[in-house]
Design a binder for this molecule. Sequence first.
Ligand code: NAP
Ligand code: G4F
Length: 330
Amino acid sequence: MPRALVTGITGQDGQHLAELLHGEGYEVFGMVKGQNNPRIAGVLEEFPFIEPVSGDLADLSSLVKAVEVAAPDEVYNLGAVSFVAYSFSHAELTADISGLGVLRMLDAVRMVGGATNNPIRFYQASTSEMFGEVREVPQTELTPYHPRSPYGCAKVFGHYITMNYRESYDMFACSGILFNHEGPRRGLEFVTRKITNAVARIKLGLQDELVLGNLDAKRDWGYAGDYVRAMWLMLQHDTPEDFVIATGETHTIREFLDLAFAEVGIDDWSPFVRQDPKFLRPAEVDLLIGDASKAKEKLGWVPEVSFPDLVSMMVTHDLEHEAAKAHLHD
Ligand code: NAP
Ligand code: G4F
């Protein structure tokens, strides 16, 4: 039975990936941060097959221990401070966890090693945020980086140090440059889930207003379940390489609002949405759209869930979830 260690197991992608790996017959070890992590109990309830191991990306010795305990064939480094807005007010923490944390994880993998005929394979969660103020449209594996946030800067370091360890120490280490991916497990702080949750609550009469920032930014949004499949495929490939994972479509926040409100029968959302400058960022990423041709050609990866289906899936989930919560409090 192959063994995988996943950091960021309590996050959106960690849960989707754990589900996929379990389905592929893996023993799944999930790295859990903190002495009393508030999120892990819920995750273990839904995915009882996950074997929790303790570890923090700020602490190399804990990572070495986690890799020793899990003795993995594959390590997926998904742990990060991942909220761009938060990274502006917590720049040093973001650099430490989302940047240096990658170096620590690579060192832990290098120190523990794995069998000589079966070295540990390493996946790094890189991001389209590295493109920032984009130099070309669409963005590919060769597009230069111009990050626009402390998060983007930390991820550029993580990306290059992964490449450097691959080239310096002959490690099977690769990065997926993933564009935004969403779903019902997305954190409520991110714009898509913030919108679908508010739409559901407005429909149910539990909320009357949705306050947002910049509605004109464009994102290439896909479904998280499709994207974790690409992570796994990268580690099954013959050679360690970096891949852009994207849908090749881009949409504004306004278009997301159109579809989400239409899903509950509201055609004009303007009475419900207010803009507040407090949600604007010191520097914005205006346009992201990826070209995933390399992943299609070499991994056979294509996204399956369309943009309208993604929005519909999230609104439907949030309607059920919020209705059940409200009913509990009746
Ligand atoms: P997420 O939901 O925000 O999950 C982040 C995970 O990181 C959580 O499990 C969190 O654990 C963990 N973490 C935070 N600080 C840690 C630390 N010091 N040590 C160990 N773990 C720590 O993020 P996601 O959306 O699943 O994304 C997964 C990865 O892909 C991230 O690296 C993100 O930057 C990257 N990415 C995401 C997207 C996207 O659109 N979702 C696109 C490109 C790249 P706690 O719950 O314990 O805090
Ligand atoms: O949903 P967001 O916070 O995602 P963002 O900044 O694109 O980052 C996400 O995707 C990256 C991949 O490109 C990941 F690496 C990263 O970890 C994360 O998962 O914001 C999307 C857009 C931005 O332009 C933001 O300014 O939505 C705009 N927005 C407008 N109002 C808002 C809001 N974003 C949030 N979170 N909250 C708002 O009220």
